[in-house]
Ligand binder design. Sequence first.
Ligand code: ZN
Length: 236
Amino acid sequence: MDYKKQYHNYINKIMIGIGSIIIMAMLALAIFVQRAQADKQNIQSGICTDTTERCVAITFDDGPNPKSTQRLLDGLKERNVKATFFLVGKNIEGNEDVIKRMYEEGHLIGNHTYTHVQLDTLNVNMARSEIIQTNEKITEVIGQCPKYIRPPFGAYSDKLLSEINMMPILWSVDPEDWATKDIRAIVNKVTKNIKCGDIILLHDIYDTSVEAALEIIDILQSQGYIFVTADQILLD
Ligand SMILES: [Zn+2]
């Protein structure tokens, strides 16, 4: 009798043990499958799982333009997006209101030389004057001197920029928006290849680029991307 009781107890313990192991294994499997699915979704939509790396910057060169830049600023405001503008010095006069608005609405303003010139084709004094003159014009309008420059065509001298205390900001995604009127093509080129930490290059002097920019923002925001000014990407 006692043997039977002991035998039953023994079997019960084994069954409870096996049952517990099965339940734990099933729980572990469920968690694993759920995580794998979440990772797959994140990878497909381009969202980095690390929130600190989920940022992109959208930047606009060659402006300002009284019409298309205002339209862009309206769209950025509606979407609560901060962008970066690299201004051409000779376009500043007559567009002071647009630039003040950029500044007041939290966008970053940088230098794109005075006459949109390739800096490494000039002698040092002329190159320096292209940058300084533009900085002075911007400072007159917003009361702050730009720290960042986007050198036209990406050409610059480290020595000159460090002498005048300017930091270059280049780009990592270039849909060549200036070469086409096809808004869809511009949007696709950017959204198909985007990754966290990218700096997108566009030009706010074309209506088509402005339309494309706002579509790009809508698509990327729906995928969880956060838009920051280009200096934030550099600092990360
Ligand atoms: Zn340019």
